[in-house]
Design a protein around this ligand. Structure first.
Ligand SMILES: NC(=O)c1ccc[n+]([C@@H]2O[C@H](COP(=O)([O-])OP(=O)(O)OC[C@H]3O[C@@H](n4cnc5c(N)ncnc54)[C@H](O)[C@@H]3O)[C@@H](O)[C@H]2O)c1
Length: 429
């Protein structure tokens, strides 16, 4: 990235996580004066030292090149012409959406607001949140929408760790309450994104785009996860089938099964739509079924391990099981909603001895190296296809006395491992 000429507007990013931090860096690079407001003071300290708190190539490279001021002082928001809300939108243990952080951020902004500023919600929300949550908060402070405050929604689509698509080039959709607000938001994103910015007719439609995108993925993955279970019963390799079906050049899009879905988006966002539609009197059966199938995969991986151990007359109870990977996807340090946790829970229920190693999340690993994990393990469940695990072969597993491996990402060489006598089982292969 190269620094652009300075702009007069001040941009304030609320929440400096996987979404807010790259956005702040990009706005700084594009010539805005950027302030980042973050509740976590440790994060603020690291960011001000130009050290990325997130293990991400884009940030590690660009934060030192385009540093900005991070602070926990909400009063700084008063300086901003454009305020971007990038706070979490989680679900609770019963999968109920928790809009507390969005409400908190809006109150914080409304309390420290420069009249006439543009407020853009980037967090993923269900259709209706801008109208039912964001707008009333600003109105309760006496601000008139479209006069004192311009409110827009531009759902973030970033895919951390993606070598091709990042904050600089992912096309965006944007919605707002007034044409002027929409124009302002579109102009801002056109100044920071080298991709199409599509205005939506209604702010609710912009909100719906994001939940549809992530529900689309959830549903498709649920379909192949169900196929994996069916093909395990039928003795068919689901990966080969999907690769074969992918040779059809139209109307097929490959998705692959695994030991579970993680991250702050796909296993969370569908619940926002399910819940809001329920309040409106609609029951999303398809989405709920998909969520249930995908949520069942960590336990399914443990069932597969139990079956394979049974074949060699080993009980899961008392067996040393090593888990490779804590992160929910390859080459990142993000363990939010990771299937790792469901797998650990199921293994502990069966009284297995659990060990784990993730080169990207050493603080939560029980051992320090891959070798140490292999040494301790009678059986392995691979949860994350980190590049560091590409060296795993049947010969290596055999050398350390590993008897069974469950390939939760179907990323290992099944035939090579089987040849060595180590028992291999993938998800649906
Ligand atoms: N992680 C992703 O890949 C991704 C991709 C697209 C969209 N999203 C969406 O973007 C939003 C943010 O996700 P994230 O992954 O960046 O979350 P995150 O947890 O990494 O970062 C959010 C940050 O906001 C801070 N925060 C919370 N309330 C605050 C407040 N009132 N003031 C200041 N800081 C506050 C938290 O301390 C945290 O550091 C969510 O709605 C998520 O669904 C995430």
């Amino acid at each position: 990235m190269a620094k652009k000429e300075e702009k007069k507007e001040v941009v304030c990013v609320i929440g400096l996580g996987y979404v807010g931090l790259p956005l702040a860096v990009r706005a700084q690079e594009r010539g805005y004066k950027v302030i980042g407001v973050e509740l976590d003071e440790k994060k603020v300290e690291r960011i001000n030292k130009k050290i990325s708190p997130i293990d991400d190539e884009f940030l590690i490279k660009n934060l030192p090149l385009f540093p900005f001021k991070a602070t926990s002082d909400a009063k700084e928001i008063k300086k901003a012409d454009i305020v971007l809300i990038c706070v979490p939108t989680p679900v609770d243990s019963l999968y109920n959406p928790d809009l507390g952080p969005v409400r908190g951020a809006c109150e914080m902004i409304a309390n420290n607001f420069k009249k006439g500023a543009l407020v853009i919600l980037e967090s993923t929300v269900n259709p209706g949140v801008s109208e039912e949550v964001v707008k009333p908060i600003f109105e309760s402070y006496g601000y008139k929408i479209g006069i004192d405050v311009f409110i827009a929604h531009c759902p973030e689509r970033i895919n951390p760790g993606d070598p091709k698509w990042n904050v600089t080039n992912i096309p965006r959709v944007v919605g707002a309450f007034t044409p002027k607000g929409l124009g302002k938001a579109k102009t801002f994103y056109e100044s920071i994104v080298d991709g199409t910015i599509r205005p939506m007719k209604h702010i609710r439609e912009a909100e719906a785009c994001k939940v549809v995108e992530n529900s689309f993925r959830d549903i498709n993955i649920a379909f192949v996860n169900e196929l994996a279970k069916s093909f395990d019963a039928l003795g068919i390799d689901v990966k080969d089938v999907i690769d074969g079906a992918s040779t059809k050049p139209f109307a097929f899009m490959p998705h692959y099964p695994s030991c579970g879905i993680g991250g702050h988006c796909i296993p969370v966002d569908p619940y926002y739509l399910i819940e809001r539609a329920k309040q409106a009197g609609f029951d999303h059966k398809f989405l709920k079924t998909s969520r249930a199938i995908n949520n069942s995969m960590p336990e399914y991986a443990v069932e597969l391990l139990q079956d394979k151990l049974n074949e060699i007359k080993m009980p899961l109870n008392g067996t040393n099981v090593g888990i490779l990977g804590i992160a929910y996807k390859a080459n990142v340090d993000d363990d939010r909603e990771s299937p790792y946790y469901g797998i650990v829970k199921a293994l502990k229920k069966h009284k297995a001895n659990v060990h784990s190693f993730d080169p990207h999340i050493k603080s939560k690993s029980t051992v320090k190296t891959l070798e140490a994990l292999l040494k301790k393990s009678d059986a392995i469940i691979l949860v994350t296809n980190h590049k560091e695990f590409e060296i795993l072969t049947g010969e290596l597993l055999k050398k350390y006395g590993v008897k069974v491996i469950i390939d939760g990402k179907n990323c290992l060489n099944k035939d090579e491992i089987k040849k060595t006598g180590v028992i291999y089982k993938g998800i649906g292969r």
